[in-house]
Design a protein around this ligand. Structure first.
Ligand SMILES: NC(=O)c1ccc[n+]([C@@H]2O[C@H](COP(=O)([O-])OP(=O)(O)OC[C@H]3O[C@@H](n4cnc5c(N)ncnc54)[C@H](O)[C@@H]3O)[C@@H](O)[C@H]2O)c1
Length: 402
């Protein structure tokens, strides 16, 4: 017998391992919840989202998609086009060009919108039309942007990031792992016995701190909320003054969601060779001005995605990707784990299905995913992993510590 050999891509790997979406797709082949409907989305077009969009297509939807600003992967858009998803636009860093793509999507009068950052719903309000049933918003920042427009929207819109499942599956576990993976991938330095300072002890910071500790680092947490700081102490992390936390660190990770966490004023404090990195959404947690400070006399850029800032006194301060999110930085960035995205995207598919099948109410505008969906996705993932039967306890009990 001859052995058949095949060359496959990362897309094939991702689609095979988004098993929740695969199971939902199998169900949708039969149930066709989106039959005859148009779904428009503006979301990062990378392999994991491709799996989500193909699942929606299996549910009978006509899917039209554009990427987010500066994150569209051509390999993915080629794959989606070949598999029946209409791609609008292309990779761009130009915000005006990108807005044009968003308007083009909305001009197609979709029945459902899968938004990421509130862009499509905002564009819909510029030129409203009848027939939009509602949709989903992936992020907290999108919820905050759309909240002042809630009365105008009057549509069921579920915010995926507000699900407790998303909080612990992605923010707590997956961000911690991928930040650690990125630190290793980009620096190729050891973490054992090193002093690592994590700014922020929300769900993401808790995961980051835990992953470095698991890799034998001595982890200090700096947290401005007294209750979370106590939590970090009781979780066994080093708590000290901010200046000491900075001056003792071999590596610093900011993950607060707030600007100016580490600034040029901190330059005198850094150890020679310190590595600064950010995992928060916005690239201003480590202020960009740090690179143009008068104390910086030379800047080197490494092809691995780091800069070395040479200071007047000879010290070198290393910065990963100018303070942009480190787990989407450097060569071959992979982002968060496939399974964590599979869970979040299962929430997406089920929420859109909920609206498509008439269960969403206009008063459900910018609210968390219905608890029944949290429960069904949780049961489905546990069943896939362990074979355990579903439980029917109160889904309200789903909360995360902190
Ligand atoms: N990299 C990724 O893949 C990824 C994924 C999800 C979320 N995020 C981003 O990570 C950031 C944190 O998310 P989260 O869910 O943990 O948020 P969170 O709000 O739960 O936690 C942030 C913590 O930072 C603390 N903080 C704020 N200002 C501080 C300061 N000056 N010093 C010390 N601590 C301070 C807050 O008190 C809070 O406890 C956000 O920007 C979020 O968008 C990144």
């Amino acid at each position: 017998m001859t052995t058949e050999s095949k060359n496959l891509t990362r897309l094939d790997w991702v689609i095979r391992n988004t098993r929740l979406l695969g199971a939902i797709g199998d169900e949708y082949d039969e149930t066709q919840p989106f039959a005859g409907m148009r779904i428009a989305t503006g979301i990062h077009l990378e392999p994991k989202t491709a799996s989500l969009l193909l699942t929606l297509r299996r549910g009978g939807a006509t899917v039209t998609a554009t990427g987010n600003l500066n994150s569209t992967q051509t390999e993915t858009t080629d794959f989606l086009s070949a598999n029946g998803v209409t791609i609008v636009g292309h990779q761009t860093q130009d915000a005006d060009v990108h807005r044009g793509f968003i308007r083009e999507l909305v001009a197609g009068r979709p029945d459902l919108i899968l938004d990421n950052g509130g862009e499509l719903f905002s564009a819909y309000l510029e030129t409203p039309y009848t027939g939009l049933l509602g949709g989903t918003e992936e992020t907290t920042s999108g919820r905050m942007r759309l909240m002042p427009l809630r009365d105008q929207l009057q549509l069921p819109i579920y915010v995926i990031n507000d699900s407790p499942i998303k909080q612990f599956a992605e923010n707590l576990h997956a961000v911690g792992q991928s930040v650690f993976e990125s630190f290793m991938r980009i620096t190729n330095l050891s973490t054992n016995g090193k002093r690592v300072t994590v700014f922020g002890y929300g769900a993401c910071g808790q995961g980051v701190a835990a992953n470095f500790r698991a890799a034998n680092s001595l982890v200090t947490v700096v947290e401005s909320d007294p209750v979370r700081r106590l939590q970090a102490l009781l979780d066994g992390f080093i708590i000290t003054d901010r200046a000491e936390a900075i001056s003792s660190a071999d590596a610093i990770v900011t993950v607060t969601g707030a600007p100016s966490i580490v600034t040029a004023a901190d330059l005198p404090l850094f150890r020679d060779g310190v590595i600064l990195s950010n995992a928060g959404h916005f690239p201003r947690e480590i202020t960009p001005e740090i690179e143009t400070s008068p104390e910086v006399v030379g800047v080197e850029t490494f092809d691995s995605g780091m800069s070395g800032l040479h200071l007047t006194d000879g010290r070198i301060v290393n910065l990963i990707n100018h303070g942009h999110m480190m787990n989407l930085s450097g060569q071959r960035p992979l982002g968060n784990s496939i399974e964590s995205m599979d869970i979040g995207f299962a929430l997406q598919a089920r929420s859109l299905e909920y609206i498509a099948t008439g269960s969403g109410r206009p008063t459900d505008s910018l609210v968390p995913v219905p608890r029944s969906i949290d429960a069904s996705v949780a049961n489905a993932f546990v069943a896939l992993r362990t074979g355990a039967a579903p439980v029917e306890g109160k889904a309200e009990a789903l909360t995360i510590a902190g």
